[in-house]
Design a protein around this ligand. Structure first.
Ligand SMILES: *[C@@H]1O[C@H](CO)[C@@H](O)[C@H](O)[C@H]1NC(C)=O
Ligand SMILES: *[C@@H]1O[C@H](CO)[C@@H](O)[C@H](O)[C@H]1NC(C)=O
Ligand SMILES: *[C@@H]1O[C@H](CO)[C@@H](O)[C@H](O)[C@H]1NC(C)=O
Ligand SMILES: *[C@@H]1O[C@H](CO)[C@@H](O)[C@H](O)[C@H]1NC(C)=O
Ligand SMILES: *[C@@H]1O[C@H](CO)[C@@H](O)[C@H](O)[C@H]1NC(C)=O
Length: 229
């Protein structure tokens, strides 16, 4: 724990329950985007934004193979029933945003086709530890960042990450769930974990030695005392 850098931020208490725009050097925000499916999706060479269609888009239209970033957030999907849901997307997709879709179910195996997926944003849904599609993500060993904030998730079951080993996972966002107590040992299987965000309602935290962790965000928790290790 000596390596932890505790970040205390001064942001207001407004909940950040929308996926934050990705900022990467190769995604130029000024790139021209054109409608690529009936004014429901807007594409550039590398990106497809099919977000915010309020239930009017329930499938992913055929996208060109060069698209490696797909934003399918805010579409009231509720369920991803079939494993071919992503059949119209390149298997080389890097970033997938499924935030705020009211998802309660994702068919196991839905992510299996992706061989390059590094970042999955799946917060703001109604998934629980049984329905979170991490079993499928394990077959995507490339995953480096996972955002499951704002999902009403309770305390992380002790075996959860043991069942779903993600060897390259460096950043895990679990803020704004309902995690009131947490034993940091649950993160032991995540050997590359570098940053962990837990802005939550934590009242009780059991520490654990996580050698790769260098950034722990614990803002807005109810912790009175940070435990010594
Ligand atoms: C996806 O689109 C939504 C709404 O259109 C936006 O708020 C969000 O930031 C986008 N996600 C990313 C990762 O850019
Ligand atoms: C979500 O979609 C609705 C309907 O299209 C839109 O009014 C709202 O602004 C969207 N929210 C975000 C954060 O983009
Ligand atoms: C959804 O479709 C209806 C009917 O075509 C349309 O009036 C509405 O504006 C659409 N909503 C969005 C967010 O695209
Ligand atoms: C693929 O996209 C086409 C239209 O572009 C659509 O008709 C078809 O249903 C889509 N397939 C899936 C599996 O979503
Ligand atoms: C998880 O969610 C599913 C679908 O909403 C539900 O059927 C199941 O009972 C939930 N499991 C738990 C442990 O809450």
């Amino acid at each position: 724990m000596s390596m932890f850098v505790l970040l205390v931020s001064l942001t207001s208490s407004t909940q950040l329950c929308w996926s934050q725009p990705l900022r990467t050097c190769w995604l130029d925000p000024h790139t021209v985007r054109r409608p690529c499916f009936k004014n429901k999706c807007y594409c550039s060479k590398l990106t497809a934004d099919c977000s915010s269609n309020a239930g009017n888009l329930s499938f992913i239209p055929k996208l060109t193979d060069s698209v490696i970033f797909l934003n399918f957030s805010n579409n009231s999907l509720a369920k991803i029933d079939g494993v071919d849901f992503f059949a119209n997307v390149s298997t080389r997709l890097h970033f997938l945003d499924l935030y705020n879709n009211g998802l309660t179910y994702i068919a196991p195996g839905s992510f299996r086709r992706f061989t390059k997926l590094t970042k999955l944003l799946i917060g703001g849904n109604k998934l629980n530890y049984s329905t979170l599609p991490l079993g499928a993500v394990v077959n995507v060993p490339t995953l480096e960042a996972l955002d499951i904030a704002c999902g009403g998730l309770g305390p992380v079951p002790s075996v959860f990450f043991y069942q779903h080993a993600m060897p390259l996972l460096a950043r895990l966002e679990l803020s704004y769930n309902d995690i009131r107590h947490l034993d940091m040992n649950v993160f032991q299987p995540l050997q590359s974990l570098h940053g962990l965000l837990l802005w939550n309602k934590l009242g009780e935290l059991t520490p654990s030695y996580l050698p790769s962790l260098s950034h722990l965000g614990l803002h807005e928790n109810a912790l009175v005392d940070f435990p010594d290790t």
